[in-house]
Ligand binder design. Sequence first.
Ligand code: ADP
Ligand code: CIR
Length: 347
Amino acid sequence: MAISNSYPNFPSDCKSLLSKHLTKEIYEELKNKKTSSGFTLEAAIASGLENYDSGIGVYAGDLESYDTFAALFDPIIEEYHGFCKSDSHVSNLNAKDLNAPNPDVENKYIVSTRIRVGRNIANLPLGPAITKDQRDEVEKQASQALNSLDGNLKGTYYPLDGMNEEVSQKLIEDHFLFKAGDRFLEAAGLNRNWPKGRGIYHNDEKTFLVWVNEEDQLRIISMQQGGDIKEVFQRLTSAISKIEEKIKFSYSKHLGYITSCPTNLGTALRASVHIKVPNLAQNYAHFEEITNKHHLQIRGINGEHSESVGGVYDISNKRRLGVTEIQCVQDMYDGVVELIKVEKELA
Ligand code: ADP
Ligand code: CIR
């Protein structure tokens, strides 16, 4: 446990944005500040201090955190998203504006496509600062709203508390459910009272899923096998608008949808494919050159901080703030088209 009440010393090989942007001056300016839900600098930086291998290392406890601790959050947000203090966020969830014909009709490269957004309920603290009662209230509101969905979104809410171990393990292995015990979330206080208040909603086909009270209060997910990105996006946007009829989400003109991790602000959208690129992956520098050009992130196939298996990678948009939802998906789409082209040439 590296938390202390003095300016932290980061190891020299620490690459987190926290270690880069938490100067002594900023630490001194913020160390005694507190938001109205009681969130402090110490809580905001706990994950990055406990986990020196963090990419980012900070979490917000509420909407106010982004103001109160702006001296730290703003430069991190600017470096991650390329979004400045004077910029405004614009949303566009109109699937008609997306130009994304399936880039892999023969099903050779894209194993599956998934698009998710994070959402949090307006006027409640975010997960790192939420109380048990507030978290239970989120679960109640979310499960009620979800249980009213119909058509292809109709499904069932399964609380994590009491879920059979084999069932949850299988859901995790099949990429449908979040893992337990993530050390980054643990240190941020996001796993308090686990597994109470957490759960997953899904339709029978498991093409529409909602995680309740993980890193964000809601993670709304649309996914399916293959590369029909537009179909996945359409299902997602229709679900979002139905849920929004019942729940008011936390949104700010400047930062868009409010999330506990600053990397998710704005659209809170991550559009990913699991894609087979074994040849390109032999030349990792070239692989990264293409993903960087299209503002994409490479992850392993068992979630963030995991490794690739068999040359299959999770490729997703990196920018989420200051770009519309359409642009986020378009970033992923354009990059995937190029990755497939290069992989074909190398075969
Ligand atoms: P996030 O919730 O930020 O999207 P993760 O990287 O932790 O974060 O992924 C969550 C889960 O979704 C993991 O099980 C991961 O394997 C799965 N997943 C992500 N993208 C895809 C995809 N395109 N196809 C299938 N599963 C996916
Ligand atoms: C970290 O700092 O590595 C974790 N807190 C996760 C950050 C979110 N990841 C990302 O790159 N979008």
